[in-house]
Design a protein around this ligand. Sequence first.
Ligand code: ARG
Length: 566
Amino acid sequence: MNLEALLCTRLAAAFSAVAGGDVDPAVRRSQHADFQSGAALPLARQLGRPPREIAAEVVARADLAGVAVAEVSGPGFLNLTVADELLAELANTIAADPRLGLAATGKPETIVVDYSAPNVAKEMHVGHLRSTVIGDAAARLLEWQGHTVIRANHLGDWGTPFGMLIEHLVDLGDTGDGSLADLTAFYQAARVKFDADAEFKRRAQLRVVALQGGDPDTTRLWRRLLAASERHFLAVYDLLGVSLTAADFAGESSYHDQLESVVAELDDKGLLRVSDGALCAFPAGFTGRDGEPMPLIVRKSDGGFGYAATDLAALRHRVRTLGATRMLYLVGSPQRTHFQLVFAVAREAGWLPGGVSAEHVEFGSILGADGRMLRTRAGGTVKLAGLLDEAAQRASALAAAKTPDLDPAALARVGRLVGTGAIKYADLSADRRSDYVFDWDRMLALTGNTGPYLQYAYARICSIFRRAGTAAPGQVVLTEAPERALALELTAFAPMVSGVGGSLDFHRLTGYLYGLATAFSAFYEKCPVLTAPPAVRDSRLALCDLTARTLRQGLDLLGIATPDRL
Ligand code: ARG
């Protein structure tokens, strides 16, 4: 049961009686009471009556017995204070539920989450962090809600760069895969030759043709490049604690043999026109700055297919073959127009029937202290593996200072989990639509809205239980204000998760978890647990236990680990 919804239902009847029509009581959490409704204010304007009078009438009519006490406050707000017994009962129900009050969805969907999507033969860099981290959180959270989630790693594993990469591999001779250990160096060497050597460039171009034509030797070399890259990606996912596996790779190449039929089907439906030699779709409602219709290039003038054609094929495949009813694309904001056009063309082609949604879950950039794209001091791209190693080292140093008795192995493990958690949390706690500044000191701080603070809050509760001896959680009984405040937070977890499943605004979930940890801190400061008389102690242990489980589950949905000790 959701308290906000319960209060809404009870107040809706009273408001509607006063208004003579449906009114949304707009019940929200509030700093002035447990919940507040401001609905009397607009209603008063509408009815031409004083708002406090309306609010008082609603209080008189509302059936809130055993649920809450309502009071008129200020210009006409309704302050609602939930009954202690109801709050305790709700906390007990949630505590008895392994799903913490979130029933599996009654409308399970098949959701494709397209995320991470690095490009083959390049090392993963900080530009892949947001898609990977936010996408993984989306996959985890939706799965936990009870949806069928298909992770789709749309690798850039096809196209013209492979000509030069394969030709470079041929030039190096059969040196095993040693030359591929450093992917960045490999790519750069190929690029340098491509730009400087006309003969190499010509060979590279022929290679592209051979690759597209399915030449066996070329395909074998391409597979080697792909395999080396996939090994590297999986190693980074492992470091990052991301749930993507080898089974989730569905690169651009996997749609290669569907591209002809994408063109044929669009053509059949009369959606294609030749423009500057290229086959383009011009979905209704899209015009460029010059007022001309905006094209989506489906087949280039040289006969090749591009990024857009592949995305159309992938979308059609996801709906028709995978049975997707919702598709999420975790890609940065610069690709907004691309996805708007792809979705519009797909809709015109009938590939996005009613009841199926496609959403570009966009996000901003990660900036350096100078307010520009994050780069190394030398101006290069920041590699993800290096960034994660640095995070682990910094976090180990912090943990060593805080807990000197941790042995080196535990220190290394904890450093990894805290460092990675700090990076992920910093990313997820920023509104995804905005850019944010990458700041080690801020993300690793042990106080404030950070990963380490929440992991520390969790570990602190674990330590209470290590000292609890035979004492165990009992029934929650609420008497002190900090107990109530904590219980109120605990009951808000399930509705919060449901909301984020729709909006994919993970900063709301991090904000919630931070609020929960803060409420726990206030509770723990004012309400002794282990030294309290047994009945009180066991109730408080139940609050501790439920807080720990909520923090753990919440952080797990975000892909952040919760070590027992820090
Ligand atoms: N590989 C692409 C890039 O690096 C991202 C792919 C995103 N997914 C998609 N279906 N287009 O920009």
